[in-house]
Ligand binder design. Structure first.
Ligand SMILES: [Zn+2]
Length: 105
């Protein structure tokens, strides 16, 4: 399973192209909720987030496409870059990153 972090640095679970945020941690499990607020989808994993113990992934919205995921990655990458180099304008960094991704196709 793929674990990323949210903009606020919280763990974020990627399951079937949907993102889940950690809602609760018990002694043996972690409970995750879909990052879309109105969505009722939930899942439960073990503490190491290696196995899905239970999931009710009845989302009422579409999943992230490969393109969305790529954009998300670029955004995170740009944010890091922008933090590393505060003299560079964020918009400039985003533009150059988007261009370099497009040229890979
Ligand atoms: Zn959802």
């Amino acid at each position: 399973m793929e674990i990323t972090t949210t903009n606020r640095g919280k763990p974020c679970l990627m399951l079937e192209n949907y993102r889940f945020k950690c809602a609760r941690v018990t002694r043996t499990t972690k409970e995750w909720r879909c990052t879309t607020d109105r969505c009722k989808a939930r899942c439960t994993t073990d503490l190491d987030t290696t196995i899905v113990i239970h999931s009710s992934t009845c989302h009422d919205h579409s999943s992230m496409t490969a393109e969305d995921k790529e954009k998300h990655k670029i955004r995170q990458f740009c944010k890091r870059k922008a933090t590393d180099d505060i003299s560079a304008r964020p918009s400039k960094i985003v533009c150059s990153e988007l261009r370099s991704t497009e040229s890979l196709d």
